[in-house]
Ligand binder design. Sequence first.
Ligand code: NAI
Length: 468
Amino acid sequence: MDKNFDLIVIGAGPGGYVCAIRAAQLGLKTACVELRKTLGGTCLNVGCIPSKSLLNSSEAYHKAQKEFSNLGIEANDIKLNLSKMMNNKNKSVLTLTKGIEFLFKKNKIIHLKGIGSVSSKNTVTVTDNSGKKNSYKAKNIVISTGSIPTSLPGIKIDEKIIVSSTGALAFEKIPKKLIVIGGGYIGLELSSVWKRLGSDVIVVEFLDHIIPGMDKDISSEFLKILSKQGINFKLNSKVTSVSVVKDKAVVDFTNNKSAKRERIECDKVLVAVGRKSNISEDISKLGVKLDNQKKIQVNKKFETSIKNIYAIGDVIDRGPMLAHKAEDEGIAVAEIIVGQAGHVNYDVIPAVIYTSPEVATIGKTEEQLKKENIKYKVGKFPFLANSRAKVNNETEGFVKVIVDEKTDKVLGASMISTVAGTMIAELAIAMEFGASAEDIARTCHAHPTHSEAVKEAAMAVDKRPIHF
Ligand code: NAI
């Protein structure tokens, strides 16, 4: 095999594999190094995709048990077969990772199997399973090595009793009691899965609200909805230790306000307190500059401090740690390498929590605008007044649109709805095109759809919603 490439991408997650495909489309001779047996990174193997499979299956189980009878469907004797549910998840993961293999072949991308390290400005060394090293030359290198779960001081993740999301996506038995440390994206999605499947779930969150950074209106409504579903929350609580005693865990935490200490015994503990960039030693040795959070510093062109070495995705110093943000950076960097004008608009990156209902946000929150002294107006519309949501018995949640007070330009939006993750795309397009609330309000939306709530929220900016 010729060992000279125009581009070597390290890491085949959503950032890396998309970058490799776009680069190959643009005519670059491209290779992609991946240490996992299957392509797709955390997202496809142990993140977004398997979690969505379990969210979907557990929701179907919950609905069959609790909601079908309301619709006149008598389904007695509903049983859960957890191993079959897990097999279905594994099958979806395998199909999708194989799909990327196919795309690599189609685009003539060389898949280098093993651990990739940057040994010099233009050299990538790949160490395979047996320890054998091979070096390859590259005109350009893109580092896309993603992120890894963090833990708390003194708490060691064993993936058996104290688990990260990886372990919590593969429990063999339903834990009787599950303690989730962290009320963020991972904590709440996986709390939903295991609560629906029968666990007693307690979320211990350090702050006085869930999902830090999210619009406060949304965060407090979401907390109410999840609490109604039976998930227990201990807010304002700092976990001080987790110990394993036989096959159980003991979690100690202290209330930040009252200093009251509590101890709860449980079967499993999920640690979901964030992720950190996955930086290998070679990067620092080579002199690639990192910020104080150990993320790779890049400029607008995704160039690191070393020319011809680029970085994208969770490892870099900008944007949220989200798969779709990494994908967009992958496309942009490939285009930049061939001299085109690749670009990512960090002001318009949607974020979705795939619980039921889903939560989706984009752009600025009210809290951010207040801090930035920007005058704004808000339009809100509840799903209780949306006909499609009503017939589907999905009336929880609302749409909130935030616009500039003077120009009416959309600055941000958030929503809670069963289909929020899909609907947020309309706001992304609107924001990319610099639309105003008036533009959305005057756009014809099909009836009856959940999307009409977006139009009505836009109309509510000027206090003229029709159905509320
Ligand atoms: P996160 O940053 O979303 O949430 C971590 C939570 O842990 C925060 O609420 C924080 O206040 C809390 N916390 C921190 N220290 C604590 C302590 N000592 N005691 C109690 N609580 C504590 O992180 P998470 O959920 O681990 O997700 C990691 C990354 O993965 C995120 O950046 C997220 O964007 C991404 N992700 C995205 C998903 C999606 O798009 N649907 C799904 C899963 C993950």
